[in-house]
Design a protein around this ligand. Structure first.
Ligand code: ADP
Ligand code: MG
Length: 211
């Protein structure tokens, strides 16, 4: 059964499930960043998502936006590195943009991905095609806008597919931002580590909402 919307507590529990999924994926993220960067992305994300769990578990929030802001703040203050600031911005900008709504619908999903992705692009100065997390976020945001009228479970499913396709497409890109840019054409053939993280986050959101 499609789920029309999620409550504040369901959104909190969804982000706790996201945190667990990223923590489990630490070896995958480490390998991805070892191939193209300095190998610390898995540990950084694990640290960030451990802080997210501490910030969310057992807490009550006044709005859905505040849950996402808490996620971003926990990541930003615990991770360091390029991706700490960028993932922090993603969730904080997305959370702020949806205001004080108490449900997550396809509409809020679209706003979070649009404003969050714009925040990341402004902060990191990366555009689609630079082989960064933006290559998973940007198509996810475009898809989210298209499916904003659908039940939240279906919207998140479509967004997760778009993020995964973006991650896959990053394999065929030459890095021009972040540490991987020094590799030039040698960055071809592997996905960007941050894009792998985005795809895992979107998949965990989809799985929680369940179609
Ligand atoms: P660091 O690069 O400091 O080691 P991480 O390894 O945690 O940080 O994260 C690397 C990821 O951060 C990259 O795979 C990429 O997705 C993302 N990234 C790095 N620089 C940028 C940027 N300027 N814009 C967008 N994303 C970026
Ligand atoms: Mg790194």
């Amino acid at each position: 059964m499609a789920k029309e919307s999620l409550t504040i507590n369901e959104v909190r529990d969804m982000m706790l499930a996201v945190a667990d999924r990223i923590i489990e994926a630490e070896p995958i993220l480490t390998d991805a960043d070892r191939a193209l960067g300095d190998g610390d992305h898995g540990i950084g994300m694990e640290r960030g998502m451990t802080a997210v769990k501490e910030a969310l578990a057992g807490q009550e929030f006044p709005s859905v936006g505040k849950v996402f802001i808490a996620v971003g703040t926990a990541m930003m203050s615990s991770m360091g590195g390029a991706s700490g600031a960028l993932f922090g911005t993603l969730f904080r900008a997305g959370g702020k943009a949806i205001g004080d709504t108490t449900t997550l619908t396809g509409h809020e999903v679209a706003v979070i991905f649009k404003e969050g992705t714009e925040g990341v692009m402004t902060r990191g100065e990366a555009k689609p095609g630079d082989k960064t997390m933006v290559d998973a976020l940007f198509p996810a945001a475009e898809k989210a806008a298209e499916v904003a009228g659908l039940p939240v479970s279906e919207a998140l499913s479509a967004v997760a597919d778009a993020a995964a396709a973006g991650r896959d497409a990053s394999e065929g890109m030459i890095a021009t931002k972040g540490r991987a840019k020094t590799l030039g054409e040698n960055s071809l053939g592997k996905p960007d580590a941050g894009a792998v993280s985005v795809a895992i986050i979107a998949a965990a959101m989809r799985d929680f909402a369940g179609v």
